[in-house]
Ligand binder design. Structure first.
Ligand SMILES: C[S@@+](CC[C@H](N)C(=O)[O-])C[C@H]1O[C@@H](n2cnc3c(N)ncnc32)[C@H](O)[C@@H]1O
Length: 406
């Protein structure tokens, strides 16, 4: 059958309207005419009859096979429009509208953290991403997504997998770029015993990895894996949340700074290791609240070791169960809130009663952002503008900041 793609779905599939409902077509763009065989609600064995003007040659040589990136066949403008539209759609679903600032997109080869899949093989090991729509592993020596420093860690990672991986089961390798060298977290490896510990520690030394964490245990710490945040040097616990690119982190911080304007006392909710709290403390007192005690400890230590910051009170607290109460925002002039994908409904209800003059809400999920934004708007806040930040280039993820004022 031949169909015309009408729009892009949330996961990047092209969608056409069939007689019995929507038809999904992987890798297609709006306006494209496609021929293929209908299998359920999907068109397969596809051939493009008329390509979109927004279709480009994928910049990565692995794009066809690798499932790591979804949207390499679309121009940057098309992806920007699609991501912006997904945020507009989520807001409209709650009856909300706001002006959008031009999107800020991270450059290729800038992801500073990646989770690779890996397996021991007969001759050594194999590391990569999963293939599109399957569990098969695809090696990615020319990957255009991750930072070159992560690719440079491959020989060390290969040796780790050769020693401690299995042929029957995959291991996951989360690798983070850090001062001191790559910070590696392995899950699904062989059980640790004395000889394996020694061998792994030898690889850490030989390949100048900073730290190796093996199924929750620190096996080797050659150098502290430091993240620079503003003037501070933070030593995060293994696997701690980190914005995906340095560009994205800077873009979010600049936007939050602009949204808040000059401040005296800020509350940073879901503060992580201090991505916002530490730089904002250059100009204001900050109360930073985060659920993970190890991340709070890292933020607290960094703030005490950094000169020129106003006081940061770092508190470990579960904000889903025990949100900050309205009276805890007394004298607070601005709030940053950056929850996980589930959003911050309980916290928003308390915040809405507190009447803080300005709120910068950061989110990685437009749907929960819109739900939580509505709570603020119903309490009398104006959603003044939205900034979309695309630090997950070529994927379906989107990050945004909204400025709310009373
Ligand atoms: C999207 S991250 C943002 C972190 C930080 N603002 C940053 O930019 O690096 C969300 C943070 O919320 C924390 N978190 C998740 N659930 C939480 C909860 N119930 N209470 C408090 N913090 C929570 C996570 O540990 C994570 O650090």
């Amino acid at each position: 059958m031949i169909i015309t793609i009408e729009r892009l779905g949330h996961l990047g599939d092209g969608i056409a309207q069939g007689e019995n409902g929507p038809i999904f077509v992987a890798g297609m763009l709006p306006g494209e005419v496609v021929e293929g065989d209908l299998e359920g609600d999907r068109l397969v064995n596809t051939k493009i009859v008329t390509p979109s003007a927004a279709r480009i040659k994928p910049p990565c040589s692995h794009a066809r096979a690798c499932g790591g990136c979804l949207m390499q066949h679309a121009s940057d403008d098309m992806v920007a429009d699609w991501k912006t539209a997904s945020v507009e759609g989520a807001l409209a679903g709650q009856g909300l509208h706001a002006p959008f600032r031009p999107i800020m997109t991270s450059p290729p080869r800038s992801r500073r953290r990646a989770t690779f899949a890996a397996r021991r093989t007969k001759g050594g090991s194999m590391i990569g991403f999963h293939a599109r729509g399957s569990d098969a592993l695809v090696q990615i020596p020319n990957c255009q997504l991750v930072h070159p420093d992560l690719m440079a860690a491959m020989p060390g990672l290969e040796e780790l997998v050769r020693l401690g991986g299995s042929r029957s089961q995959e291991v996951a390798l989360m690798v983070t770029r850090a001062l001191g060298g790559p910070d590696v977290v392995v899950t699904g490896g062989k059980p640790l015993d004395g000889p394996l510990r020694l061998e792994l520690a030898r690889v850490v030394e030989a390949h100048a990895l900073a730290r190796l964490t093996w199924d929750g245990e620190t096996v080797a710490l050659r150098a502290t894996p430091i993240q620079t945040i503003g003037k501070a040097k933070v030593a995060p616990p293994a696997g701690a949340f980190l914005q995906a690119t340095e560009h994205g982190e800077r873009a979010l911080l600049e936007t939050v700074r602009e949204a808040l304007g000059p401040q005296k006392k800020i509350v940073d909710l879901f503060a992580g290791i201090g991505t916002f709290a530490l730089p904002l403390a250059e100009g204001a007192e900050v109360h930073a609240v985060e659920g993970d005690p190890a991340m709070v400890a890292a933020l607290d230590k960094a703030s005490r070791n950094t000169e020129g910051l106003k006081p940061i009170k770092a508190e470990a607290r579960d904000l889903f169960r025990r949100p900050l109460e309205p009276d805890e925002f007394k004298y607070v002039t601005g709030v940053v809130v950056d929850p996980p994908r589930a959003g911050a409904e309980a916290q928003m209800r308390c915040l809405a009663e507190a009447k803080v003059p300005v709120i910068a809400m950061v989110s990685c999920n437009p749907v929960t952002f819109a739900r939580d934004a509505k709570i603020l708007v119903q309490a009398g806040y104006l959603l003044e503008w939205i900034q979309v930040v695309d630090q997950f280039r070529w994927s379906a993820h989107v990050e945004l900041v909204g400025r709310f004022v009373r």
